[in-house]
Design a protein around this ligand. Sequence first.
Ligand code: GAR
Length: 194
Amino acid sequence: MNARRIAVFVSGTGRHLENFAELARSGKLDCEIGLVVADKAGIGALERAERFGLQVCVLDPERELDATAFGRAAFDAVEAADCGTVVLAGFMRFLDTPAHWAGRVLNIHPSLLPAFGGKGFYGGRVHAAVLERGCKLSGCTVHYVDDEYDHGPILVQKAVPVRDGDDKDALATRVFEAELAAYPEALRQHFARN
Ligand code: GAR
């Protein structure tokens, strides 16, 4: 399977998806987006996918399935699209990953894992918890997915300062800037190994 043909999983606005699509189009990241998998209809990421003419698979009715059946449906779609790497980019549900996909599924999380990860920690909630705790540093982590939430071997981390007077939106913006650099860097490492 071709590692450089990627499937991007989304649940939200799709800024990472757009970043990958731009980088692939300009040749700055040597990959092709073979499929976009969404777990909801009507999200911003699907509009972005359409703008780039990407093939999409919307697993909206499958939301009612248990994690195993959802995972099977998702990976069936990925394999049918002949993708060799899965990139979770703001995908907000646990993805049950078949054993033969170990080491080929990446996730990004908006904190310095293992801090502020796991169930209930996503998006703005992460930044609110970081501020509440009084952390002086935050950042993002790209890691391989295993069978635990926000767990698995780390590829790239980038730290950013938490500044006096930050609210969660200000911190989220600073962390997201770091995310835009971290995810392509992690994918380049992954491609170099596969
Ligand atoms: C990103 O900040 C990503 O780190 C976070 O969701 C955002 C997705 O943005 N992911 C998580 O919180 C996963 N636990 P996007 O949809 O605009 O790419």
